[in-house]
Design a protein around this ligand. Sequence first.
Ligand SMILES: C[S@@+](CC[C@H](N)C(=O)[O-])C[C@H]1O[C@@H](n2cnc3c(N)ncnc32)[C@H](O)[C@@H]1O
Length: 269
Amino acid sequence: MSAQEKWQVSGDAARQYEMHIASWFAPWADDLVKRAELRSGSRVLDLACGTGIVVRAAAPVIGESGELVASDLNEDMITEGRTHSIEGAPVQWRVADAEALPFESSAFDTVLCQQGLQFVPDKAAAVSEMRRVLRPGGSAVVSVWCSVDVNPYVAAMAEGLTTHLSTEAGQTMTAPSGFGDRDALHELFVEAGFTSVRVESVELMRTAVSAPEAIRGNLSGLPIADLVANMDAGDRAEMVGSMLASLDEFIEGEALSVPMRSHVVVATA
Ligand SMILES: C[S@@+](CC[C@H](N)C(=O)[O-])C[C@H]1O[C@@H](n2cnc3c(N)ncnc32)[C@H](O)[C@@H]1O
């Protein structure tokens, strides 16, 4: 199993993911929902929904007459997602594997998937399932991080983890950027039979009032959070120091402002 496929959090880590990672995905969620051009009353599936950051951006746009299904393979993510009160469309939370969706064909107008497809072992099956559950003419709007070489924040974190903890720990940080090939992504949707497929490279800033806090929080939301917590305190401080040093050009005072780049697919079924 690759580092990508192992990218799962458990127990309290779902809460930590919500606090320290999903929270900084909020601008990305807003961007994804805007690109999807959702309407009042739409039937929408958020695939690999995690703790629901996209759900919370989509529900008010769809409104109470719409249908919103939030599905993820990881039950802990779903459990955490359910704890949030959400305005707008009523949300059905479902544990489901993206490779074999438990939904009827043509059940949705839109499928959203933010930073989830890269972790699915059989990506062709997942994209084919997206198309099956969409009505003809419906849209899939899917984001996947570009590669590490254009994401300096990820590179700095991964280098610190590799040097101070282990190669495997570093791979947990790079795994989300492990499917950064634009052409391969485009091809997946064409092969699945989508009629119009656009892949855009989108850059948004990852900002935080305190860079050290942001880094420590990010480490708490990773699947290897326990390994980081069990490090010697001095070694952990040294590791965070090395990450801060690598990000120096993006830090002013304590504040972090670093560009993050993602591919975003908009495809018509
Ligand atoms: C980085 S998180 C993104 C979560 C959410 N979309 C967000 O923006 O915060 C990746 C998610 O993909 C889910 N996932 C991984 N493999 C999956 C699969 N085969 N089917 C459904 N979800 C999967 C994980 O459980 C995790 O919640």
